[in-house]
Design a protein around this ligand. Structure first.
Ligand SMILES: NC(=O)c1ccc[n+]([C@@H]2O[C@H](COP(=O)([O-])OP(=O)(O)OC[C@H]3O[C@@H](n4cnc5c(N)ncnc54)[C@H](O)[C@@H]3O)[C@@H](O)[C@H]2O)c1
Ligand SMILES: O=P(O)(O)OC[C@@H](O)[C@@H](O)[C@H](O)[C@H](O)CO
Length: 382
């Protein structure tokens, strides 16, 4: 069995690679990072270490690297003969790999391959594979699209494991938290024979992705933006500040109330899920940079993202959302010149009012929410 995985970064090597390898797949990692790809081509193996007391090390072999920047034809060929395609490159990058995936699909059709294949976006976003499919379709003819309808699935997925940025002598070594959860929607699957051990297959992904995004990621981002606001460099340092821990607990209560209301999660079980997340952020064996977790703030302020969607939905249901608003205020204060989106956000704020910027990036037109965001940001400026 052969998998092509786009994005040989933290989660790609540190999670997707582990599961695919355990399931006996040969993995072609595709990336534009030359040093990572060259290292993969050379060693064809790497190690994953669990960041825990006496954490075990997992050896991954039977892997290779392909550079989509310099050897696109090889990537197309790899897709043509693959059994599974996965991605973990970031939502903003998906449009840039769509054409190559389309060419891979066209090559499969030209070779009359009628074995179903799934293309699974493992990104932190709702409907990631649907979004990728939309982008891929723009490069397909009607005839190609008919082939996709029959033989190519784009099942949505949710992936959860904290994998910080890596700083080791060995560029392939990756240290990860032991926790992991990968959930895949079966309804759009075309590779129905492939059911990976270690993956939870469901018929309705929405509750899972929302629970993950609005608990783990909303919480994580809360610690990161509050951490940056109070001058901390890492997540574990930030969460040791009581102001930030309290804010995190309050934010998790707000999203928890929404998730329980919307999806009927058991309140007690959800509380335990949220408390476990706090423990994961406190993991003393992991050092996760605030800048990684706070990265791409404009994306994180998007209408279906970790703050704005729960705020909108909490308001619709008459639930509390002030702590979420307070963190949104902090995002507008996030100023990291090394992060292009943060730079862009700060440049927008120099030219337009906070209200105008908030309207643009969050796409909110609800005056009550907008006023509360403006007030929260102003409060922080005092
Ligand atoms: N790290 C985590 O804890 C974690 C956990 C769950 C989900 N995710 C999600 O996984 C995705 C990747 O995150 P990450 O933390 O692994 O990021 P990362 O930056 O470590 O890895 C992304 C990789 O994509 C590569 N890349 C960028 N542009 C490319 C292009 N045009 N073509 C091919 N490769 C390209 C980069 O070189 C990099 O190696 C994101 O959507 C993230 O939200 C991350
Ligand atoms: O990857 P992002 O930028 O969407 O979010 C940053 C982190 O919160 C995220 O990578 C988490 O570590 C991960 O989602 C845990 O499963």
């Amino acid at each position: 069995m052969k998998a092509v995985h786009f994005g040989a970064g933290n989660i790609g090597r540190g999670f997707i690679g582990e599961i695919l390898s355990k399931n006996g797949f040969h993995i072609d990692f595709v990336d534009i990072n030359e040093s990572i790809i060259n290292a993969l081509k050379e060693s064809k193996e790497y190690d994953i270490a669990y960041a825990a007391k006496d954490g075990e090390t997992i050896h991954i072999d039977n892997v290779d690297g392909l550079n989509n920047g310099t050897e696109p034809e090889a990537v197309v060929e790899a897709i043509a003969s693959a059994n599974l395609v996965t991605t973990a490159i970031g939502p903003n990058v998906l449009p840039y790999i769509a054409e190559l995936i389309a060419q891979g699909i066209q090559a499969r059709q030209a070779a009359n391959i009628t074995e179903g294949i799934d293309i699974i976006a493992c990104e932190n976003m709702i409907g990631g594979s649907d979004f990728l499919r939309e982008k891929v379709e723009t490069f397909l003819t009607e005839d190609n699209s008919a082939y996709v309808e029959k033989y190519v699935g784009f099942p949505n997925a949710a992936v959860d494991r904290i994998v910080p940025d890596q700083h080791h002598e060995d560029p392939l070594f990756v240290s990860v938290e032991p926790f992991r959860e990968w959930v895949i929607d079966t309804t759009a699957s075309k590779a129905t024979d492939i059911r990976l051990e270690g993956v939870h297959y469901v018929e309705d992904l929405e509750p899972f992705i929302e629970r993950k995004l609005f608990s783990v990621n909303t919480g994580h981002a809360t610690v990161a933006y509050a951490g940056a606001f109070y001058g901390y460099k890492t997540i574990d340092e930030a969460i040791s500040d009581e102001r930030i821990l309290n804010l995190l607990q309050n934010v998790l209560k707000e999203t928890g109330a929404l998730l329980i209301n919307k999806w009927n999660f058991d309140a007690k079980e959800h509380k335990a899920y949220a408390q476990k997340i706090v423990g994961r952020f406190e993991n003393p064996h992991i050092s996760d940079d605030v800048t990684r977790v706070a990265r791409t703030p404009i994306r994180k302020l998007g209408p279906n993202e970790r703050f704005i969607r729960p705020i909108r939905e909490a308001k619709e249901r008459d639930l509390e959302y002030q702590n979420l608003i307070d963190v949104v205020g902090m995002i507008f204060h996030y100023d990291n010149p090394e992060d292009k989106e943060s730079e862009h956000l700060q440049a927008m704020l120099k030219e337009q009012s906070i209200e105008q910027v908030a309207r643009t990036v969050t796409e909110i037109d609800d005056e009550i929410i907008l006023n509360r965001i403006v007030a929260a940001e102003a409060n922080l400026s005092k």
